[in-house]
Ligand binder design. Structure first.
Ligand SMILES: [Zn+2]
Length: 273
């Protein structure tokens, strides 16, 4: 497990798999752990880090959405108070998601020193800017549908840090597994929060964190552009070279090409009405 970003209070771990990030925010008042992933050694490193920051603060564990890679570390942090959206807690298909984790572990002969199960949620996020306050630390949560229906992103106010879940990545264009218009509204919400909360660190669910405000804006614009052009392509029933060139410009374009095809199919479904 490598650490891709670290300052006094924020540590962003990056998994070898899909460049998945796991964030730990540790202040005097609380420890917030986000999406601890993937491999046993990587999760053990996050546990070690949390232990090193533990001064008896309450621990929180946020799941940004219910994709299996983001929830497989649940039982590694049994003391943490869990946080996720209403949709995360209430969704159907939990067994299938757990089966995806088990299939992954079986496929790679992975044994974990904790039980794999679907997270039980203690604090359910129902509305935007729902906030947890502990001493001098406050964290607000926002509903973020579009990638998945049950997404959440979080802002740690005092640290001007935005933990975005699977949005605003530098290694992926939008993966629209839920709905493109919901995705666009989430992008709008992220844009508002970036400026209103004076965000100085953006952490995506996959790929690199950035402290560069221009890069944050570029990622917003790229996501927005991709969805708009994809919709135009589907509506006008013609292929736009510029869109394919954009997809091909990503480092892992062979795999991402499949996600692009999924996005097209999703958009066609939506356009059918
Ligand atoms: Zn993900």
């Amino acid at each position: 497990m490598s650490v891709q970003y670290e300052d006094q209070q924020v540590t962003v771990f990056q998994s070898a798999l899909h460049q998945t990030t796991s964030t730990v925010v540790a202040t005097d008042d609380m420890i917030l752990i986000v999406d601890p992933a993937w491999l046993p050694e990587e999760i053990a490193a996050i546990q070690e880090h949390v232990k090193s920051k533990d001064k008896g603060q309450r621990q929180y564990l946020l799941f940004t959405h219910s994709d299996f890679d983001h929830i497989l570390g649940w039982n590694a942090f049994p003391e943490a108070v869990t946080i996720a959206s209403r949709g995360f807690a209430a969704r159907s298909g939990k067994e299938e998601t757990i089966q995806e984790i088990k299939d992954f572990d079986d496929h790679y002969y992975i044994q974990r020193p904790y039980i794999i199960d679907y997270p039980a949620i203690d604090i359910i996020i129902d509305y935007d800017e729902q906030t947890i306050e502990m001493g001098n630390t406050s964290v607000s949560f926002y509903l973020a549908p579009g990638h998945q229906a049950d997404g959440v992103f979080a802002v740690v106010h005092e640290l001007h840090t935005l933990i975005a879940g699977d949005y605003l990545s530098d290694v992926e264009f939008p993966f629209i597994h839920h709905n493109s218009e919901a995705y666009e509204r989430t992008i709008d919400k992220l844009e508002q929060v970036l400026s209103q909360k004076n965000i100085g660190l953006l952490v995506p669910g996959h790929g690199k964190s950035t402290a560069n405000v221009n890069e944050m804006r570029d990622r917003i614009e790229d996501s927005r552009w991709y969805i708009q052009v994809l919709r135009d392509e589907v509506r006008q029933k013609e292929k736009f070279e510029v869109l394919q060139a954009f997809v091909d410009s990503f480092l892992f374009s062979r795999y991402l090409g499949e996600e692009h095809e999924n996005n097209k199919a999703q958009m066609k479904e939506e356009e059918k009405g």
